[in-house]
Design a protein around this ligand. Structure first.
Ligand code: ADE
Length: 288
C-alpha cells in the first residue's frame, strides 16, 4: 500500500514512521509520502486560504491550491518527503510471531468492494467532522487499497468544489472519526492510517489479534490480564488460569456481551446474537 498525505503541517504526520507503521514501511508493505500543500500555493505569501463566500467566521482552503495538489499526487508527479521507519523492527520479533503463526491472506473482498477496486482509481479520504462515521468495516475494506491519499484540511474546511472535482481522479470519501471537532484533518489521517495498516495481511504478527478485536464481531472486546496472578490484592479471574479453553472462550464471549450491554447498548441491535447470547443478557438484566 502507498499512503500520501497532503497537509500544511507535514511534521504532524511523523508518528506514521513509528511502531507498527514503521515496521510495515521496513517490511516493504507500506510507503508513505507527506506533501506540504504550500508547494502548490501560487502567490508571494504562499497563502492557502481565503474568506468564505456568504460571510461568517474562519477561512476556507482555496481550490486553486488544492486542485493541482491532488492532480499531482494522483499522478505521482511530486517531489515528496518519503517517511522512513523510525527504528529497526525486523530483528525484534513479537512473542506471538515466534510461536509459528503465519499471516493469512483475507478472503475475497465483498462484491461492492471488488467492483470499486477494479476501477483502479486511488482512494481519496477527506477527514472532516461533517463526514460519514469511519468504522472498522471501512478499515477492513481500505486495508486492501493500493493507493490511499489523505487531504487534510484546516480552518473551516476545503472549498467543496475541490471534493467534487477530485471525483474525476479518485474515489472520494469524506469521513469523520467522531462527534467532536479537531483543529484539522491530520490527527484523523493518523487514526485512519493506523486502523487500516494494522489490517494489511502480515503487518500484525498474530492474525488472531484482529479477528478478536473489538467491533470485528460487532461487540466490544472484554478485559485482558497478564502475570502476576495476584497484584495489589487483585486476582486474575479464576477461569483464565483453569487451562479449560472451552470455559475461557465462553467466559470471554460473555464478558464481551456484558461490556457491550453496559457501554454501547446500541451495538447489540446490529450484532449477530445467538439464542444463548440473548438468554444470557436477559438473565444478567434480570439479576442486575
Ligand atoms: N477534522 C476536524 N474534526 C474532525 C473529525 N472529528 N473527524 C475527522 N476530521 C476532522
Amino acid at each position: 500500500m502507498r499512503i500520501d498525505v497532503v497537509t500544511i503541517f507535514p511534521e504532524y504526520l511523523d508518528p506514521l514512521r513509528h511502531a507498527l507503521l514503521g515496521k510495515a514501511i521496513e517490511q516493504g508493505k507500506l510507503q508513505v509520502g507527506v506533501h506540504d500543500l504550500r508547494q502548490w500555493a501560487n502567490d508571494g505569501h504562499k497563502s492557502v486560504d481565503d474568506s468564505p463566500y456568504g460571510g461568517g467566521p474562519g477561512m476556507v482552503m482555496k481550490p486553486e491550491v488544492w486542485g493541482p495538489a491532488l492532480d499531482d499526487v494522483a499522478a505521482g508527479r511530486t517531489a515528496t518527503r518519503e517517511l522512513d521507519s523510525s527504528l529497526p523492527h525486523l530483528n525484534r520479533p513479537r512473542h506471538d510471531e515466534v510461536e509459528g503463526i503465519v499471516a493469512q491472506p483475507y478472503g475475497a473482498p465483498a462484491q461492492g468492494v471488488a467492483q470499486e477496486l477494479e476501477e483502479n482509481l486511488p482512494l481519496l479520504i477527506v477527514p472532516t467532522p461533517a463526514g460519514t462515521p469511519f468504522t472498522q468495516a471501512d478499515a477492513r475494506a481500505w486495508s486492501r487499497e493500493e493507493h490511499v491519499v489523505f487531504a487534510c484540511g484546516r480552518y473551516e474546511g476545503i472549498d467543496q468544489r475541490v471534493i467534487e472535482d477530485a471525483a474525476q481522479r479518485y474515489r472520494v470519501r469524506e469521513v469523520s472519526i467522531g462527534d467532536y471537532v479537531l483543529i484539522g484533518g491530520e490527527v484523523a489521517a493518523l487514526v485512519i492510517s493506523e486502523a487500516i495498516v494494522r489490517l494489511i495481511p502480515g503487518v500484525l504478527g498474530n492474525q488472531r489479534s484482529h479477528e478478536e478485536d473489538s467491533f470485528s464481531d460487532g461487540l466490544l472486546e472484554g478485559p485482558s490480564y497478564t502475570k502476576p496472578r495476584e497484584w495489589r490484592g487483585l486476582s486474575v479471574p479464576e477461569v483464565l488460569t483453569s487451562g479449560d479453553h472451552g470455559r475461557v472462550d465462553r467466559w470471554r464471549h460473555e464478558q464481551s456481551l456484558l461490556r457491550t450491554a453496559q457501554r454501547r447498548p446500541e451495538l447489540l441491535e446490529s450484532a449477530e446474537l445467538s439464542r444463548s447470547d440473548r438468554e444470557f443478557l436477559e438473565k444478567e438484566r434480570g439479576g442486575a
